[in-house]
Design a protein around this ligand. Structure first.
Ligand code: UDX
Ligand code: ADP
Length: 454
């Protein structure tokens, strides 16, 4: 059997690496239009940083996993084609700002239809709006080759992708349950996963349930974060501590303890995009109240990011003009080099609009990426890029911690303080530092939802 995966990104790359490692008899070709990205996958400097990924890639690359730009022949040779391309929020025309932009998916479908000479199973891996499979089917049904379309959304979280892929909570496969060929296709894909995932964790549904489940799962997760973030504002006003509240609330087995960590807001390529897409779908199906309900989750996230910038600016005597701020972390979460929708972007833009000077340190995000995210050119005197957090903090009025990297927890904050301007502030946007120790060292400290520090 041969698999082709179109799209060598944060989803396609790690997912295919794990499938290749679990199925040595299946040849997998991961293809992409982006030659630079493919070259990076074939080098020692992978384009995606994920714990455990590099060694796994090395164990299968060139054995049964291949990265290339030869899209046409990889598709034609495959029995199963995964579509794993980006589906960003539309920025133009009808549905701009909320609908998903399906032009990359559509061009994959057209390419598959154009080059395929044998029957294939086509799998939606990227998150798609409900009923996208209709679009694929319409394009693929034009010729004489027979295609079965499946929806198999990916639930991996960046930073823990390999763990999530090797030991998933569930695998979801949606297909045409009403036809023999549809059921056969679902069976073929299920059998691949069943090589390492217990059968009871492989859920099969119709296409629309599968597509909608993915959007709903992300919406629920984002909603949980917005809920605890909303409470964090109330904690600050009342003297409560949001971490204590989260623990008390999460101890109820009906609620559970996970995903209740208050923060500067969620980021990442999925939550905002999928929520907006859900809002768009609800409006499309004339469900304005449902659309409003989910839109509020996005609004709360935006409120949380700007509320944090305001906290920093107000604390520094409502004036950060010309002041150096050490920015600890830029990735949207720890253990990834991904900055898509990172809350750090909006927060740093707020600081730059107040003419602050920003000194960045992130262990995995490149200078080039940060400049591009902030719309700045190289050499801009308002920003500096440091190769250690100690350097970033030198001469700074404040440390602003935006990503929960483990290394920030164990720095020598006494040593750092000696090099900072006084009073020295720490704004812990992830509530991950030892506040008591920092206060003892003489820092002025602010966290999220920490009313007792005010
Ligand atoms: C998410 C979903 O978890 C995953 O199932 C889906 O496939 C893709 O979207 P990802 O965006 O990679 O994964 O990371 P996730 O761990 O969900 O974190 C998303 C954002 O929420 C990050 O910015 C993170 O810092 C933030 N977060 C997460 C919180 O602020 N608090 C929490 O308790 C958890
Ligand atoms: P994700 O997080 O969903 O994996 P990424 O943006 O990291 O998203 O990756 C998507 C990849 O899909 C990109 O590398 C992009 O170049 C690739 N891509 C988009 N459209 C096509 C296409 N029509 N053919 C091949 N690759 C494509």
């Amino acid at each position: 059997m041969r698999i082709c995966c179109i799209g060598a990104g944060y989803v396609g790359g790690p997912t295919m690496t794990v499938i290749a490692s679990k199925c040595p008899d299946i040849r997998i070709d991961v293809v992409d239009l982006n030659a630079e990205r493919i070259a990076a996958w074939n080098s020692d400097n992978l384009p995606v940083f994920e714990p455990l990924l590099e060694s796994l890639v090395k164990s299968v690359r060139g054995v049964n996993l291949f990265f290339s730009t030869d899209i046409d022949s990889a598709i034609d040779a495959a029995d199963i084609v995964f579509i794993s391309v980006n589906t960003p929020t539309k920025t133009y025309g009808y549905g701009a700002g909320s609908a998903s932009d399906l032009r990359f998916v559509e061009s994959c479908a057209r390419k598959i239809a154009e080059v395929s000479k044998s029957d294939k199973i086509v799998v939606e891996k990227s998150t798609m709006p409900v009923r996208t499979a209709d679009v694929l089917k319409a394009i693929l049904s034009e010729g004489s080759v027979k295609f079965q379309v499946l929806s198999n959304p990916e639930f991996l979280a960046e930073g823990t992708a390999i763990e999530n892929l090797e030991n998933p909570d569930r695998i979801l496969i949606g297909g045409d349950e009403d036809t023999e060929s549809g059921r056969r296709a679902i069976g073929v894909l299920s059998d691949i996963y069943a090589r390492w995932v217990p059968r009871e964790r492989i859920l099969t549904t119709n296409l629309w349930s599968s597509e909608l489940s993915k959007l709903t799962a992300n919406a629920f997760l984002a909603q949980r974060i917005s809920s605890i973030n909303a409470i964090s504002a109330l904690c600050e006003a009342t003297g409560a501590d949001v971490d204590q509240v989260a623990k008390a609330v999460g101890s109820d087995s009906r609620i559970g303890p996970k995903f209740l960590k208050s923060s500067i807001g969620y980021g990442g390529s999925c939550f905002q995009k999928d929520l907006l897409n859900l809002v768009y779908l609800c409006e499309h199906f004339n469900l304005p109240k449902v659309a409003d309900y989910w839109r509020k989750v996005v609004e709360m996230n935006s409120y949380q990011k700007h509320r944090f910038s305001r906290l920093v600016i107000d604390s520094l005597f409502r004036n950060i003009c010309g002041k150096r701020l050490a920015i600890f972390g830029f990735a949207f979460k720890e253990n990834t080099n991904d900055t898509r929708e990172s809350p750090a972007i909006d927060i740093c833009k707020d600081f730059l609009s107040e003419n602050a000077k920003l000194a960045f340190y992130d262990p995995k995000v490149s200078k080039r990426q940060i400049l591009s995210d902030l719309g700045l050119s190289d050499g801009d005197s308002r920003v500096e890029f440091c190769d250690s957090p100690y350097k970033a903090a030198e001469g700074a009025h404040a440390i602003v911690l935006l990503t929960h990297w483990d290394e920030f927890k164990t720095l020598d904050y006494g040593k750092i303080k000696a090099t900072m301007v006084r009073p020295s502030w720490i704004f812990d946007g992830r509530n991950c530092l030892d506040t008591r120790l920092l206060l003892e060292l003489g820092y002025l400290v602010r966290g999220i939802g920490k009313g007792n520090l005010l």
